[in-house]
Design a protein around this ligand. Structure first.
Ligand code: PEP
Length: 249
């Protein structure tokens, strides 16, 4: 399966900084046809990054969107607005949204469905906290996030969804899950998907996220059920991000 490497810039980069960063990445990943590359800048920089990506095979993604197409929802962003800017992907249910913005599995589910209706590819994030891992309930948490988040999704639709396993304790902490720890959960996710969607499960890309760096990319990517990476901190440095892309081959 062709790996997908997505950079989540979070709440970083003014427009000027975003243009400089994407230009740097563009120059460094020219020969990286082995991977699909997605850049997810903040909303305010989407238009300019979209323009900067012209002529490149890199794709544009948003970090969030709302689950209604339009209406009286102050401050929210519609999939229609994202499409207009050239977005093809949307990160849905990132742990920071779940933690700081009280995003529930139901909200994640509604967002996924609206993404699919609008031909946007959702990158749906799941993952356990440090406390949940310590308590031995990692699989229980993942099972709930997968089954509730994907409720009502069809066998053909699941093939248009990307899943990202991101252990919350590894995000932005410098702690990475070992390749074995990650593979164990990825295999479990694949099994859950297989129970829910049969053969289609084999076609779903499951990304790993959590302090991915050039130094740990190869080992993580070598795992059977890891099909790419969602990269936070390291995606803010053009050289590091390009190196991660290169080592995902
Ligand atoms: C993320 O934000 O999805 C992420 C994995 O962040 P980091 O790479 O910084 O841990």
């Amino acid at each position: 399966m062709k790996p997908l490497i997505a950079g989540n810039w979070k709440e970083n980069c003014t427009i000027r900084e975003a243009i400089a960063l994407v230009s740097g990445i563009k120059g460094l990943v020219k020969d990286s046809g082995h991977a699909d590359i997605v850049i997810c800048p903040p909303f305010t920089a989407l238009r300019d990054v979209s323009a900067a990506l012209k002529g490149s095979s890199m794709m544009l993604g948003a970090q969030n969107m709302f689950y209604e197409e339009k209406g009286a929802f102050t401050g929210e962003i519609s999939p229609l607005m994202l499409l207009e800017l050239g977005c093809r992907f949307v990160i849905v249910g990132h742990s920071e949204r779940r933690e700081y913005f009280m995003e529930t599995d139901l909200a994640v589910n509604r967002k996924l469905k609206l993404c699919l209706k609008n031909n946007l590819t959702p990158i749906m994030c799941v993952g356990e906290s440090q406390q949940e891992r310590n308590e031995g309930v990692t699989k229980k948490v993942i099972e709930r996030e997968i089954t509730d988040g994907l409720e009502g999704i069809g066998k053909k639709e699941i093939e248009r969804i990307v899943i990202a396993y991101e252990p919350v304790w590894a995000i932005g902490t410098g702690l990475t899950a070992t390749p074995q720890q990650a593979q164990e959960v990825h295999a479990y996710i694949r099994q859950l998907l297989s129970d829910m969607f049969g053969e289609s499960a084999k076609k779903v890309r499951i990304l790993y996220g959590g302090s991915v760096k050039p130094e740990n990319t190869k080992e993580l990517m070598a795992q059977k059920d890891i099909n790419g990476a969602l990269v936070g901190g390291a995606s803010l440095d053009a050289g590091s991000f390009a190196e991660i892309v290169k080592r995902s081959a």
